[in-house]
Design a protein around this ligand. Structure first.
Ligand code: ADP
Length: 754
């Protein structure tokens, strides 16, 4: 338990009388419920009163029953719901001073002077204006007798904590906004589905996605789904005859065997002169110039629909929790802030500076300063655009070749993970584009020990791989033994492989490490060797996140959502076992995403005393009307206290109040199509990995390394550091960023607080 004590209650002592109001405003976004739930439970945990203001600013202006005090239970069972259960609206009245006057009066009826607002930049701008006017509004209310001076004086400042709910991901300063990841799921599912029907009929599809002033959804969805062309507001086609260029690329694609043409267009797409590029116009171009049978699909509100993704649930939960903590830390007069994501971590950011920057980017777009707009979108955006430009080609281009081309052997190793194919596909094309050749090695390191497993991978050999789960190359967990090394060295030499790229998990990392250690004995291993992290377990050194883990997490989450539905009918407690080997990442994150009351992790262990306490927790809960218990156990949480053992103990002690079932989720966690986040990360790794190979010999680069994403930056670690970054058993990284979140999981699951 030492790893994750509960957050310090003494934070509450800073503002024992603070009362918080929370509302959702503007367009709805999946994940708003998670943020609302977390903020409400955090406030209750810190012993504060918190009120939901229903229907956004409209409810605040009208007051009365729109403002309701919240309890722990009122936000139970909402994590998986799309939209917002406390309602959202657009309010013309709040744009007027009279409206805001009435809003201030309604808030002070409950003595609320801390507000949490979840909405887009419009809602947050409104909140800031309200804050700036606060003193004046209260003076006016006192002057016309609607408020006592004494009450007004008790609330000199209105404190504002924002969170950005916007599926477009269009807010400056934060890497992601609530709802964007889920919208990307919906779009990518649609594009995958359209790709198969388009291919069957050899049709072209123009797919319009949301994003009036931001091309994030269009760009990432195009990259994730392997679309053939994308048009976004930030990067209008550079030539005036861009229609010819687009048609040329699409026609070339047909010639080399592509059966479909998919063009993704953001709703705010425009040309360099600011003229809108509509989906209808693109359809006409494709029909006239290519004679293609072309259909338009406008995805519309489907993009706002459905259950929130694991990322949106978890990120929003952390944002909501931290928003309350930051409100408690606020000094008097503190300007409005919002909780956002930077370097993949939740941080507090100044509100108005970032709203201004968001508007500035909008101005860049309307005034034709596209390069500046593109730069302001950040590195991930730029990476994605660069990769996409290469991916859509039917052939490699003729320029930009490296002086010393390599013959790169590429293999998958470790357990199969969604995103392996997306990584290999992007790597193959990026490598060929830069002038290298790529040899695909089947079945991982085992394939190097057998005959006939090496073949060259051409540009079109990886066509259609992006959305496919599993490993097309084939993978194995084989780690070469001492006596295998000679054979491996021979095979590399015979095939003239002078660079090696391992795309996979811990077994692959260990294998590469052993080649590195033996490089003095075998010259064949004195070649650039790079490990790329792809593993559902997310247990790899030098990276915050591995490709594949997001898909596994979503797989677990959807399975548990279904299990929960089945269980509420009958007072049942489920013990769900999830994968992860010796790393608790999947268990912890799925507990956060599904609202489990308990998670058993290898990092924390499990004792008989813990089990006894959990029995008490369940008995107490079910005695007081609870109908569902959910406990998640990581597969190696404890060698003796197995899932079966835990379930039997809980059942034996249930006193007939509940029945216990166990669910071992098994291989469904490794399967399925990769999520958009995994596919996008796959191509980001691929692009940087191939740059690393191309730069070999140029700079002060080590020959043997592993790539990773840390704080949203791509980094390379020397192979030698591997053992230092791993724990003593070499089963997971020594430092795991997500362990900081364990206290939040605990608080949110505390039954019946206060
Ligand atoms: P979003 O928050 O998604 O950008 P809107 O721009 O429609 O959505 O804003 C939602 C609501 O926020 C508006 O209906 C209005 O009540 C309030 N609001 C927006 N901008 C302002 C503003 N400048 N001043 C006061 N209230 C505003």
């Amino acid at each position: 338990m030492a790893l994750s004590p509960l957050p310090a209650q003494d934070l509450a002592a800073k503002k024992p009388f603070a009362r918080i109001g929370i509302l959702t405003s503007g367009g709805d976004a999946q994940g708003m419920n998670a943020a609302v739930r977390a903020a409400i439970r955090a406030a209750l945990y810190y012993k504060l009163d918190i009120y939901a203001i229903y229907e956004g600013y409209m409810g605040m202006v009208h007051g009365g029953d729109y403002i309701r005090r919240m309890t722990w239970e009122t936000v139970g069972g909402i994590l998986h719901k799309g939209g917002t259960v406390i309602g959202t609206a657009r309010s013309a009245e709040f744009r007027t001073r009279e409206g805001r006057l009435s809003a201030a009066k309604n808030l002070l009826e409950h003595e609320i002077d801390h507000l949490i607002i979840i909405g887009g930049d419009g809602s947050l701008t409104g909140a800031n204006l309200f804050r700036q006017e606060w003193t004046g509004l209260l003076d006016e209310l006192v002057a016309n007798g609607q408020l006592t001076r004494e009450l007004a004086d008790r609330h000199p400042t209105l404190y504002i904590a924002g969170m950005v709910g916007s599926i477009d991901n269009d807010m400056a300063g934060t890497e992601t906004t609530i709802g964007a990841d889920t919208a990307l799921h919906r779009i990518t599912e649609a594009l995958d589905a359209l790709t198969s029907t388009a291919a069957s009929h050899q049709r072209a599809f123009v797919v319009e996605v949301m994003g009036r002033r931001c091309g994030y959804l269009a760009l990432m969805a195009a990259l994730a789904s392997g679309a053939d062309w994308v048009i976004i507001p930030e990067n209008p086609p550079s030539e005036d005859n861009w229609e010819d260029r687009m048609c040329e690329i699409l026609a070339e694609g047909r010639q080399v065997g592509r059966r479909d043409s998919i063009v993704v267009v953001a709703e705010g797409a425009q040309d360099r002169h600011g003229k809108p590029i509509t989906s209808q116009y693109i359809k006409t171009v494709l029909e006239d110039k290519l004679g293609e049978d072309t259909r338009i699909t406008i995805l519309g509100h489907v993009q706002r629909g459905g259950t929130p993704s694991a990322y949106d649930r978890n990120m929003s939960t952390i944002l909501g929790f931290r928003a309350v903590e930051e409100l408690l830390r606020c000094a008097e007069g503190e300007p409005a802030f919002f909780m956002g994501v930077q370097g993949s971590r939740v941080v507090k950011l100044p509100l108005m500076e970032n709203v201004a920057l968001t508007h500035y980017i909008g101005d860049c777009l309307s005034q034709g300063r596209f390069r500046e707009a593109m730069d302001l979108r950040g590195k991930e955006f730029a990476d994605a655009f660069r990769v996409l430009k290469t991916m859509v080609r039917a052939h490699p281009s003729t320029n930009g070749k490296v002086k010393k081309p390599l013959r790169i052997g590429i293999l998958n190793a470790g357990g199969p993970a969604p995103g392996m194919n997306a990584t290999v596909r992007a790597s193959v094309r990026m490598a060929i584009e830069q002038g290298h050749s790529v040899m695909g090695i089947r079945y991982g390191f085992r394939g190097l020990l057998e005959e006939g497993n090496i073949r060259e991978l051409g540009w079109m050999s990886v066509n259609g791989w992006a959305p496919v789960g599993g490993s097309e190359l084939g993978t194995s967990r084989k780690e070469p033994e001492k006596h295998d090394l000679y054979r491996i060295a021979r095979v590399l030499e015979e095939n003239n492989i002078n660079a090696l790229m391992m795309v996979g998990g811990l077994a692959g990392y260990r294998a590469c490490y052993s080649l590195y250690k033996e490089r003095d004995n075998f010259d064949a291993f004195n070649i650039p060797i790079l490990c790329v992290p792809v593993s559902i377990d997310n247990n790899l050194p030098g990276t915050d996140i591995a490709v594949g883990s997001d898909t596994a997490l979503n797989n677990i989450m959807s399975a548990v959502d279904k299990i929960k539905q089945s269980a509420v009918a009958s007072s049942r407690c489920f013990v769900v076992e999830v994968m992860g080997r010796h790393c608790g990442y999947l268990a912890a994150m799925s507990a956060l995403a599904t609202g489990a009351e308990r998670v058993y992790l290898p990092e924390e262990g499990l004792s008989l005393a813990d089990l006894s306490r959990d029995v008490d927790m369940l008995l107490n809960g079910f005695q007081h009307g609870k109908r569902l218990g959910l406990l998640i156990r990581s597969e190696h949480a404890h060698p003796t206290y197995t899932t079966d053992f835990v379930a039997r103990v809980l059942d034996a002690e249930s006193k007939g109040l509940y029945s216990v079932r166990q669910a071992v989720l098994g291989h469904l966690q490794q399967g399925g199509d990769p999520t958009p986040a995994d596919r996008v990360l796959a191509s980001r790794f691929a692009a940087h990995a191939i740059d690393w190979f191309s730069n070999q010999g140029k700079e002060d680069l080590r020959q043997h390394a592993f790539i990773g994403l840390q704080h949203n930056e791509i980094l390379f670690n020397e192979m030698d550091r591997m053992s230092r970054l791993l724990n003593k058993d070499n089963t997971h990284p020594r430092d795991q960023w997500w362990e900081e979140l364990l206290p939040i999981i605990k608080v949110l699951a505390l039954p019946g607080v206060p």
